[in-house]
Design a protein around this ligand. Structure first.
Ligand code: NAD
Ligand code: UFG
Length: 345
């Protein structure tokens, strides 16, 4: 079976995608520097997937900015690496405003070094983790792939730059198969509760924060703004269950491998928006716990509403989300209960 390189495979989305790809029969090599993850996630992935032997999931500690680390990984694959799924990178919007050069270095510099390694080793298929953040404050909702790319923070600008760099490569040299997957708001966890999102320190994102309030690690949630032009005044997002997202990667890989070389862009979201208050209510229902909150000021850089038009992905990939907001809350809660400190225990 084809062997894939998964950069950042120990992280939140990477670990769930590794599980789906192992179940689909792929052999995997993960390269991760564990700057925002733990090898424990991959140990659990191996356990959940019941892979018989270590050869199907090899793990290398290393950096995508290092030519030597990448060569080591490519040389390790006996029959070559057939495709790369590229998750590795920095992802916090607020941090990118404070340390923009780190974002250009890791995200853009790392992707450039990875691409050069792919060329050296004759691999021309890549699925890239892009983000809805590159639409900035969208002019129209739902957002289609043709909507204007106008990022409003350094993180988003690095995602837009990587897309440009990769599509430029594909124009300069024939044979590239590239998919940009623009994720909306990935949340939830595997239904076993064994793998999930393990943020270090105070979570930036809504779901991990709500989970920590529900379990009593924090006493309340601050809702960022109650005066947005939405039905209840709180901001609307398109939340996508991480297992649905993982299945989207499998669909994209299959399409790339079976069609002519091309560059494709897909919005991966559900097409359904929920307000912060609706998320809190759904989480309370699923956990049976109360989630106290106070409405505070808007967070800098936030937008009122971000919802995907997922119809192009449905048409080309035959993929659409299957899991509801309540399932996202249920699985996040299961994960929070089974591993209250994430992988740290
Ligand atoms: P994550 O931080 O959990 O995973 C990223 C992984 O990359 C981590 O395991 C980290 O240790 C690794 N990594 C970071 N820098 C590296 C380097 N220089 N070399 C090797 N490994 C490195 O994040 P995630 O939520 O799983 O996100 C995965 C990808 O999806 C990222 O590219 C992110 O920008 C993108 N994305 C995430 C979201 C989201 O809300 N989670 C939304 C849109 C896009
Ligand atoms: N929110 C709160 N309180 C919190 C945290 C979040 O009210 O403590 C609100 C935010 O204001 C926003 C919503 O909950 O309205 C969702 O916020 P998140 O931080 O969970 O997600 P964002 O939409 O801000 O951004 C996420 C990722 C980005 C990614 C983007 C689109 O963090 O990296 O989705 O994919 F680019």
């Amino acid at each position: 079976m084809a062997q894939l390189l998964i950069t950042g495979g120990a992280g939140f989305i990477g670990s769930h995608t590794c599980l789906i790809l192992l179940e689909a029969g792929y052999d995997l090599v993960v390269l991760d520097n564990f700057s925002n993850s733990s090898s424990e996630s991959l140990r659990r992935v191996a356990e959940l997937s019941k892979i018989g032997h270590e050869d199907r999931l090899k793990v290398f500690e290393g950096d995508i900015r290092s030519r030597e680390d990448l060569d080591r990984v490519f040389f390790s694959a006996r029959d070559g690496i057939h495709a790369v799924v590229h998750f590795a990178g920095l992802k916090a919007v607020g941090e990118s405003l404070l340390f923009p050069l780190a974002y250009w270095d890791v995200n853009v510099g790392g992707s450039r070094t990875l691409l050069a390694a792919m060329r050296r080793h004759g691999c021309r298929t890549i699925v890239f983790s892009s983000s809805a953040t590159l639409y900035g404050d969208p002019r129209e909702v739902p957002i289609t792939e043709k909507s204007k790319v106008q990022p409003i923070n350094p993180y988003g600008r690095t995602k837009a730059a990587i897309e440009k760099m990769l599509s430029g490569y594909a124009k300069a040299e024939a044979g590239w198969r590239i998919a940009f997957l623009r994720y909306f708001n990935p949340v939830g966890a595997h239904q076993s509760g064994q793998i999930g999102e393990s943020p270090s320190g105070i979570p930036n994102n809504l779901f991990p924060f709500v989970s920590q309030v529900a379990i009593g690690l924090r006493d309340h949630l601050q809702v960022f703004g109650g005066d947005w032009p939405t039905k209840d005044g709180t901001a609307i997002r398109d939340y996508i269950h991480v297992m649905d997202l993982a299945e989207g990667h499998r669909a994209a890989l299959e399409l790339l491998q079976h069609e002519e070389p091309q560059v494709l862009t897909f919005n991966l979201g559900s097409g359904q928006g929920y307000s912060v208050i609706e998320v809190i209510k759904a989480f309370e229902q699923e956990s049976g716990r109360s989630v106290p909150y106070v409405i505070g000021a808007r967070r800098k850089g936030d937008v009122a509403c971000s919802v995907a038009d997922p119809s192009y992905a449905a048409k080309c990939l035959g993929w659409r989300t299957k899991r509801s907001l309540n399932e996202m809350c249920r699985d996040s809660w299961l994960w929070q209960q089974s591993s209250p400190q994430g992988y740290l225990e």
